[in-house]
Design a protein around this ligand. Structure first.
Ligand code: GDP
Ligand code: MG
Length: 178
């Protein structure tokens, strides 16, 4: 299909979650360009086709300053989707999801946060063949249900498992929200 004349959309995606959960590894998976922004955050871009639209995801990551209140307004401004990430082997990173979710809503200054698209990723499912897992998929899905039915994906940035699928879904729901 010739999509060269089709509409192009730029969507800003924010990755949030505790230090060490694998955010930088997820965004470095097969992404071509890497920009160092001056505000203590980086972004990569990824081109995807969603139905008949060309979508460019601009994925923003913290540059190792995952403390609450340390990310400026420029980091959050104009976000089209927020991807929350935790490590399925570290319960603490799951417990802090509420804080990240609330922090995003507060900082992004959303008109309608109930309709805003969030996605949850449970990363590092490869570790120890799943034997050191601390958070069950059921628990994670319950949390998603309690926060307005967020889509949930289990990923391994190390093995590239489910990463493309997750970001394709991010592109879909972010472009629907546009
Ligand atoms: P960030 O602080 O959230 O950006 O996390 P990083 O991407 O820097 O990852 C922290 C550590 O976890 C690094 O040593 C990564 O190589 C490792 N890591 C990230 N994702 C995975 C994964 O899916 N599986 C495994 N086994 N290790 C991972
Ligand atoms: Mg990082």
């Amino acid at each position: 299909m010739d999509i060269s004349h089709k509409k192009r959309t730029l969507l800003k995606v924010i990755l949030l979650g505790d230090s060490g959960v694998g955010k930088t590894s997820l965004m470095n998976q097969k992404f071509s360009q890497h920009y160092k922004a001056t505000i203590g955050a980086d972004f990569v871009t990824k081109e995807l086709q969603v139905d008949d639209k060309l979508v460019t995801l601009q994925i923003w990551d913290t540059a190792g300053q995952e403390r609450f209140n340390s990310l400026g307004a420029a980091f959050y401004r104009g976000a089209d989707c927020c991807v929350l990430v935790y490590d399925v082997n570290a319960h603490k990173t799951f417990d802090t999801l509420n804080n990240w979710h609330d922090e995003f809503i507060k900082q992004a200054d959303l008109n309608d946060h109930e309709a805003f698209p969030f996605v949850l990723l449970g990363n590092k499912v490869d570790v120890d063949g799943g034997n050191s897992r601390k958070v069950t998929e059921k628990k994670a899905r319950e949390w998603c249900a309690s926060r307005g039915n967020l889509p949930y994906f289990e990923t391994s940035a190390k093995e590239g498992y489910n990463v493309d699928e997750a970001f394709l879904n991010v592109a879909k729901i972010a472009s629907e929200n546009e």
